[in-house]
Design a binder for this molecule. Structure first.
Ligand SMILES: Nc1ncnc2c1ncn2[C@@H]1O[C@H](COP(=O)(O)OP(=O)(O)O)[C@@H](O)[C@H]1O
Ligand SMILES: [Mg+2]
Length: 224
């Protein structure tokens, strides 16, 4: 089962992973309340479909006023979004998500998958976040770092140290990263997930780590 970004972010938030506050929008009438609840802008409005590549397809936009937010909502609700991952027919847009715009210094990539060969949870990390990770793997494989976790031992401090180093995170950022890994690993194993991808994992201008996008695929047999 594939979750929407906003559902994945709810699970991450509950697991103690830093994600922006956000509001779900299903109709134009929801826009004003969402903006009011989130406080000062600018905000980012994001189409919720089960596919990546939304940004490049016009499904993610910075909005600076309630008017801009309403016109984005009018433009997308009830339409279909076509991204490089959807096929030509695209996917219907029934839900939007509004969150404060984060001031981004760096975009990193982090995901957890189950390695089919060994059944181990494997972290994939890259300092080339925000891009198509398959393309990064093809053109600059040296920027992709993988690390498996032994199920009996679980997540160890050296996992976080290694990946933090690979991502150029030190000091307090490395500490925050270790906390984030713990939360991600905990929710991934508890939910019996097959994939959890945070792309981008943003380093903000003020130096914080925030999960700005989340893709969560649960095992279809596991309850949600
Ligand atoms: N809350 C946010 N604040 C600022 N920029 C954002 C925010 N959410 C997404 N972005 C930017 O938009 C890009 C695309 O958004 P993302 O959620 O990753 O969608 P997709 O992967 O489907 O294109 C991100 O790489 C990031 O640069
Ligand atoms: Mg993304």
């Amino acid at each position: 089962m594939n979750l929407h970004e906003y559902q994945a972010k709810t699970l991450l938030r509950e697991a103690g992973v830093a994600v922006p506050d956000g509001r779900v929008i299903r109709a134009i009438e929801d826009v004003d309340g969402a903006i009011e609840a989130l406080g000062e802008g600018p905000w980012v409005m994001k189409v919720q479909v089960h596919a990546g590549g939304r940004g490049k397809a016009g499904g993610v936009r910075v909005v600076r006023s309630a008017d801009e937010a309403r016109s984005f909502a009018e433009g997308w609700l009830g339409r279909r979004l076509v991204t490089i991952q959807t096929g030509a027919a695209g996917l219907p847009v029934e839900t939007l998500y509004l969150e404060p715009a984060t001031r981004i210094a760096r975009e990193l990539y982090l995901s957890l998958i189950i390695d089919r060969a060994t059944s181990k949870v494997t972290f994939i990390a890259s300092d080339a976040g925000g891009m198509d990770i398959e393309e990064v793997a093809e053109t600059t494989p040296g920027r992709i770092h993988a690390l498996s976790v032994h199920p009996a031992a679980g997540l160890m401090p050296y996992h976080a140290r290694k990946l933090a180093f690979a991502l150029g995170l030190a000091g307090n950022q490395a500490k925050a990263f270790a906390q984030m890994l713990k939360g991600l690993y905990e929710v991934f194993t508890r939910k019996d997930a097959s994939m959890l991808e945070v792309n981008p994992l943003a380093v903000t201008e003020s130096g914080e780590l925030v999960a700005l996008d989340a893709k969560f695929v649960l095992d279809s047999n596991a309850g949600y």
